[in-house]
Design a protein around this ligand. Sequence first.
Ligand code: HEM
Length: 535
Amino acid sequence: MAAMDLWERNKYLPAGILLLATVVFLKLVWGLAALRSRRRLPPAVKAFPLVGGLIRFMKGPIMMVREEYAKLGSVFTLNLLNRRITFFIGPEVSSHFFKAPESDLSQQEVYQFNVPTFGRGVVFDVDYCVRQEQFRFFTEALRVNKLRSYVDQMILEAEVSECMLLNAYLQVDHHQLVDCCFISIPLVLLDILNSNTINYILQDYFSKWGESGTVDLKYELEHLIILTASRCLLGREVRDKLFDDVSALFHDLDNGMRPISVIFPYLPIPAHRRRDRARLRIAEIFASIIKSRKCSGSSEDDMLQCFIDSKYKNGRSTTESEITGLLIAALFAGQHTSSITSTWTGAYLLKYNEYLSAAIDEQKKLMKKHGEVLDHDILSEMEVLYRCIKEALRLHPPLIILLRQSHSDFTVKTRDGAEYEIPKGHIVATSPAFANRLPYIYKDPDSYDPGRFAPGREEDKAAGPFSYISFGGGRHGCLGEPFAYLQIKAIWSHLLRNFEFELVSPFPEIDWNAMVVGVKGQVMVRYKRRKLLVE
Ligand code: HEM
C-alpha cells in the first residue's frame, strides 16, 4: 500500500525533471544564440558592388568615416575592391589596434608602398625583429641628450644668418680647411656651427624678410623645417654643401609618393621613375658622406652619426644603404608632419588673439627668467605654446588614417556593449582626423581651445588612453614626438619674440588630397619686425 502511494506521488517526477532539463537546455541555446547574435561581423558600408567602396573612399575618406560612424557606429567594414577594411573609431575599440602584438596586427603589408622610397633592407622591407632593432636606433638617436644638441642646432638654424656664414667663409684662412675624402669645411664655420651659445648670432634666418612685408607662412615654414631637419638629421655636410642638390632629390622622392603609389608602388609612371633615379643618387651621396666620416674619424652630433654608430644585437654594424634608408624614413616621418603642424599652429594663433596673447606672455615670463637664451630645457618650460601646438594637431593630424593587417580573428567590444568578430585577413584602420574630434571626449570638438589640455581639464586624459591619437600610440607610437615639439616650439618661440603678425589671407582650408594632409593654398601673413620687451 505504502509503495503504491509512493509511486502515485512520484509518478510525475521523471516528466518534471525532463521538463526542467528541456527548459534549461532551451535557455542555454537561447542564451548562446543571443550571444552569437551580439558577436557578429561588423556592419558593412552600403556601396555599389565592386567599385562602390573605392568611389566612396576616393571621394574623401574622412567624409565617408563621418557618415558611416553616424549610421553604423564605431566599428564598420568597407569593401574596397577585393579588400575588407574595418574601421575602429574611438578609444574603446581602437585600443586593440594600438596594443596588439605584431603577430596579430602588423604594419608591414599595409605600409609596403614606402619600400621604393625608403629603400631595400629597412623598415617595412624587413621582418619585425630587424625593424624593432632599427626603431631602437631611432629611439637612441632621439634621446634627450641628443635632443639637447639638436635644439642648439635648430635655434642656430633659425637665427644664424646666411650673411654671417658667408662672412665666416670669406674670412677663412685656407690653410685651415679640414680636408677629408669628400668635403672641405672651413674651421671658422665649424666653430660657429658647433657652438652652443647663440651670442655669436648677428641676424636670423628671417633677416631676408626685411623690416616688414608679406609672406606665405606655409612656404617659409616648410623651407625652414627642411633646413632644421637637414642639419639635425642628415648632417652638416648636406646642410652646408649639398643642401640644394639633396633638397631637389628629396623633392623628386616626395613627388613619387602619390595616392596611386599606395596600390601600385612600382607602376612605371614618370613620377615613379624620377623617384627611383633620385633614390639612387641620394644613396650615392650618403655613401660618400659616410665613407668620408669613417675615413676621417670625425664624429658629429646628428642622426646620421647615430645611425653610423648603431649596431644590431649580434654586433653587426649598419650598412651604408641601411643608414641612407633610415635617414630617408626619418625625414619622411618628420618633415611634412612638422611643417604642416607649424603652419596650423601659426594660423590659429593669428586667428585667436587670446591664445596669441597667452603665448606671448609666456615668452615674456621666460625671457624675464632666462634672458634671451633658448635651449632644450627652456623650450620644455613652454606649456602654453605646447598646448597651442597640441590643439592644432588635434584638429589637423597630418596622418589621417592609420592601417594594420590582421593575422588572426579577434573580437572588439564597443562602448554600448556590442561585440564584433573581426576575421583574419581584414585590413584594420583608425582615423586620428575623425577620432580626435569625438564629442563624448572633447567638449565642443571642432573649436580651437588649447585650454582643454590644461591642468584641471585634461580632456584627452579623462577618457583614457588613445583619446588623442595624432601621434598614434601604443606599440607603434611616434618616436619623433619630442623632436617634433621641440622643433615647432623653437620656431614659434623665435617668431613670437621677434615679429608681429597679421593673417591677411582667409583662414586656410584642409588639403584632403595630399598624402600627408595639410594646409590648402597659401597662408599669407603681414609681419613687422619688433623685439619682445620684458617690463
Ligand atoms: C608633428 C609631427 C609628427 C606627427 C604628427 C607624427 C605622427 C606619427 C604617427 C601617427 C605615427 C604612427 C603611425 C602608425 O601607427 O601607423 C608615427 C610613427 C612614427 N614616427 Fe612620427 N610624427 C611626427 C614627427 C616625427 C618625427 C620628427 C620623426 C623622426 C625624426 C618621427 C618618426 C616616427 C617613427 C620612426 C615612427 C614609427 C614608430 C613605430 O612604428 O614603432 N615622427 N608618427
